[in-house]
Write a protein that binds this ligand. Structure first.
Ligand code: CDP
Length: 222
């Protein structure tokens, strides 16, 4: 058993998993890692190098060379980068190149525990996580949320285009042979279609808290 406590938060695009992961990390005083930002960083570097995201050698070279210190960059938060991220993320060698960083973060978060959000945290990166959540919502609801975020950040787009992008990305993430998007068998499922973010957090906390408390007791005894 690792010393640090790990909460894995996986889910579909714009399901609310990132916000929930940040809030859970604050709640427990744990460190947070947005693993999607690592894939976005690979995508950004591929595009900046003038390669197409479907160019596997270019994507692998970018994955090996990323500097995770840049994962908070605003340049990662565009739809173009999200789309390119889901293309590079389908390459097993890109995923393999990012695995060590994620596992090391889980093992050495610099706090008592880590909350990591993504697509394959509970299934591949940390199959032994102490608590696993899989967050989803109806695709129309998710598209509406993402559209509203883009509007509010001054990047207006049509809602139909956002819906089409999210559908295409979910499909690619679900059907790739390596680390497809799917709930771990022992994940708690949380559907946020009818929940605002505060209600979703209350529900997420109710699911995860008993597992975290049990893990804390076990670590203290051990
Ligand atoms: O925030 P949103 O859900 O829109 O995207 P994200 O979490 O930043 O992830 C962007 C893309 O990276 C996803 O569509 C996945 O293809 C990929 N990804 C992945 O394959 N595995 C992860 N653990 C995280 C992200």
């Amino acid at each position: 058993m690792r010393d640090s406590i790990v909460i894995a938060v996986d889910g579909t695009a714009a399901s609310g998993k990132g916000t929930l992961a940040v809030r859970l990390a604050d709640q427990f005083g744990f460190a947070h890692l947005d693993s999607g930002a690592l894939y976005r960083l690979v995508a950004l570097n591929v595009l900046r190098a003038g390669h197409h995201p479907a160019d596997e050698p270019g994507a692998v070279a970018a994955a090996v060379a990323i500097d995770p210190a840049s994962i908070n960059s605003d340049a990662l938060r565009t739809d173009e980068i999200a789309e390119a991220a889901s293309i590079v993320a389908a390459f097993p060698r890109v995923r393999a190149a990012l695995l060590g960083y994620q596992r090391n973060f889980a093992d050495n978060p610099g706090r008592m525990g880590a909350v990591i959000d993504g697509r394959d945290i509970g299934t591949v990166v940390c199959p032994g996580a102490d608590a696993k959540l899989f967050v989803d919502a109806r695709v129309e609801v998710r598209a509406h949320r993402r559209w509203r975020e883009l509007e509010q950040s001054g990047r207006p787009v049509s809602e139909a285009a956002v819906l089409a992008d999210i559908r295409a990305r979910d499909e690619r993430d679900r059907t790739r042979p390596t680390a497809p998007l799917r709930p771990a068998p022992d994940a708690f499922l949380l559907d946020t279609s009818e929940l605002d973010i505060d209600a979703a957090f209350v529900a997420a906390l109710a699911l995860v808290k008993p597992r975290v408390e049990e893990a804390l007791r076990t670590r203290r005894r051990g």
